[in-house]
Design a protein. Structure first.
Length: 338
């Protein structure tokens, strides 16, 4: 699971955080406690986010359609007022204890799109599925589409999808999607920390880890939207890869062999002029290893070949013979040397 969260909005849209607030005994409980303990700012944001979510949960069983419609009208009609109110709240230290109803909390702290996303989690029974290191899992979604979840990853979605609303999935980590096209051209959206990946029917791979999101399109069409700037979008065609860095807010697009990036679905790793540094990152992301290069120049060596995802030790053997290097395992640490 990745942090930090920069804003309150980031935190209240995290599926695992919402689950923890509703049930503090979940397996992720220690993560949130430890994250809050890192700084006073983290503690403040966590308490504020909990206050909003608990207020929403408290009122969620009450009739809300009229209030929701009114909220949407007010949010759409008063963006300027929202900005002014948010600035005022910042000036007085975000004193959310003054906010007593979920309508006020939503109107002050989140925009229209975020309200919809948050209500999605709270008004629908949510399915959350996670994988461990070195584990893949195939999942069928409510519409018949399939997701293959890579190691050390998680997805969340409602257990029943409204045919008139977008089909939405929240992803942390890496997954391959095979999306079914619907007769009414229903949108399918994958949400990551930074991007919304929007499609109708297609096959594509999404890798959203740390500060970078990578999308590789096998077939169909995809539109990418920045979550914080909906007016900026990138169109993709089959055979294209797009990298987005949250550090510099930049998109990089290029043509690729898509099989290299989705071969893991068939339990195969394909490398084409892949640096050992990139392979080391894959080993950290998918297998939980911490990799250290004693000689930093070794990280720049490039490798072309294949390996089985279920026999990663064979990859170590191949790399050692190919480059005449040593790879020593010490528990979860890998030490690479000449």
């Amino acid at each position: 699971m990745n942090a930090p969260y920069i804003t309150l909005e980031d935190l209240i849209l995290d599926a695992k955080f919402i689950s923890w607030v509703k049930d503090p005994d979940t397996v992720d409980g220690n993560f949130w406690v430890n994250w809050a303990a890192k700084s006073e700012e983290n503690q403040l944001v966590l308490e504020q986010a909990k206050a909003i979510i608990l207020e929403l949960v408290k009122d969620v069983d009450e009739p809300i359609q009229d209030e929701l419609n009114d909220l949407w009208r007010r949010i759409e009609a008063s963006n300027d007022a929202f900005d002014q109110e948010k600035a005022r709240q910042n000036a007085v230290g975000h004193k959310l204890s003054l906010i007593k109803t979920w309508q006020k909390a939503a109107a002050v702290f989140v925009g229209f799109g975020i309200v919809v996303s948050l209500l999605f989690f709270l008004l629908n029974q949510k399915v959350s599925i996670s994988t461990q290191y070195a584990e893949n899992q195939k999942i069928q979604l409510p519409d018949g589409s399939f997701v293959v979840l890579n190691a050390n990853s998680s997805v969340s979605f409602a257990d029943d999808w409204d045919e008139q609303s977008p089909r939405e999935v929240w992803l942390e980590g890496e997954a391959f999607f095979s999306v079914t096209h619907t007769a009414n051209h229903q949108k399918f959206i994958v949400h990551t920390n930074d991007l919304d990946v929007q499609v109708l029917g297609t096959k594509f791979n999404v890798n959203a880890r740390v500060s970078k999101t990578r999308v590789v399109l096998n077939s169909g069409k995809v539109k990418l939207f920045l979550r914080q700037e909906k007016n900026q979008e990138v169109d993709m065609k089959p055979g294209e890869l797009v990298d987005f860095s949250s550090n510099n807010k930049a998109f990089v697009k290029k043509a690729v062999k898509t099989k290299v990036f989705s071969a893991w679905v068939n339990k195969e790793l394909v490398f084409e002029d892949t640096s050992l540094e990139e392979i080391a990152q894959l080993l950290e992301d998918n297998y939980g290893y911490k990799v250290k290069f004693v000689n930093k120049e070794l990280a720049n060596l490039t490798f072309t070949g294949t390996a089985n995802t279920e026999n990663i030790n064979l990859l170590f053997t191949i790399l050692q013979k190919t480059f005449n290097i040593s790879i020593q395992k010490q528990e979860n640490n890998l030490i690479i040397n000449n």
